[in-house]
Design a protein around this ligand. Structure first.
Ligand code: ZN
Length: 344
């Protein structure tokens, strides 16, 4: 199990980064992976404070999380030879930092500026351009430093997307349990409950979140971190990714560049909860309350894109048994499901 050693959540937490690096035993060269906007919002000041504290720094600005970005970052890191790598930014920046640092066996610190998905804390990275359209093993962050003020000021859509990725655990855990019963797959109660608890927290605090209160944002950040820890404990993405994520990845393939990861997961959860005979109406209600998409239209895709993605989802990752079964659901059944849950 690889778990973070330091988790700091609060306001102005970026100021604490040099101190945390020193506490963890890093004191010379620090490399920062960031994005064009997040450089201005957060990375620039972190670089200054690290330099003030005696660190030598270098940084790269990445625009996407493709394998090319990862390889470019790896060669920059190799020539700088840092002892610590910081991923400062949104999901993409953190994925590139996580993946490149794992490749070089250098610890990395996750500094999220948005709370849009659980990649901010998980040991898995989602890299585009690889054979597999889902997250692959990288490494868990040695520390997570989340500044609530910065995250609160990010577009609300990211926060709503984070809710969708957390609510997804409602069906992911059911799928995991099912795979345990049908396929005798390893099932860990502790990891499963940790993921489920995060989903329950969102159900309970939807009102606070929709008001964008500090407490609401804190709930999301903590829940996302718990999800990452659940994956670290399980040693796989199982507690956090089931049929609803297969649907999301299928939609990524058939209709790329539409909607955020967590937005698609939320819609997938409504439909997969229906298949599980679980309370899909509650999931839909909560997603609507936090103003996350619940329909094809709100995701910006066509009705047939949803039906197609549903009917091919089981092929995305054949070894991951879910409620979709080994042969999936037919096009007609998928259409009926999407209609019954008001997605189309
Ligand atoms: Zn996810």
């Amino acid at each position: 199990m690889q778990l973070p050693r330091e988790i700091v959540i609060g306001n102005h937490t970026l100021d604490a980064i040099p101190e945390i690096c020193l506490k963890l035993g890093f004191r010379d060269l620090a490399f920062i992976v960031t994005g064009p906007n997040t450089y201005e919002i957060a990375a620039k000041s972190v670089i200054d404070s690290l330099e003030d504290a005696g660190f030598k720094t270098d940084y790269t600005i990445v625009k996407n999380s493709t394998i090319e970005s990862v390889n470019e970052t790896i060669s920059k890191i190799m020539s700088f030879k840092p002892s610590i790598i910081l991923g400062i930014g949104g999901g993409k920046d953190i994925d590139v930092a996580k993946s490149s640092s794992a490749n070089l066996n250098i610890p990395f610190i996750s500094v999220p500026t948005t709370a849009s998905h659980d990649g901010i804390s998980s040991p898995f990275a989602s890299i585009k351009g690889l054979e597999k359209p889902y997250s692959i093993k990288a490494q868990a962050p040695i520390a997570i430093i989340a500044d609530l003020e910065i995250i609160s000021n990010s577009p609300y859509r990211f926060i709503a997307s984070g809710c969708g990725d957390i609510i997804a655990k409602y069906t992911a855990v059911r799928d995991w349990k099912l795979a345990h019963m049908i396929k005798n797959e390893y099932y860990g109660d502790y990891a499963a409950n940790l993921a489920l608890m995060s989903a329950k927290l969102i159900l309970k605090n939807a009102q606070l979140i929709s008001r964008r209160s500090e407490e609401g944002v804190r709930t999301i950040v903590e829940a996302l971190i718990s999800c990452g820890v659940a994956m670290s404990i399980a040693g796989s993405t199982r507690p956090c990714s089931g049929s609803e994520h297969l649907f999301t990845h299928a939609l990524d393939l058939t209709t790329p560049n539409h909607a955020l990861h967590g937005e698609k997961c939320g819609v997938g959860t409504i439909m997969c909860a229906y298949l599980h005979n679980a309370n899909w109406k509650l999931i839909r209600k909560v997603l609507r309350k936090v103003q996350a998409p619940t329909t094809a239209k709100e995701l910006g895709v066509e009705a047939e894109d949803i039906v197609k993605a549903l009917s091919i989802a089981h092929r995305i990752r054949p070894e991951r048994y879910t409620i979709l079964g080994e042969s999936g659901i037919t096009y007609e059944a998928a259409e009926r499901l999407a209609k019954a849950t008001y997605v189309i």
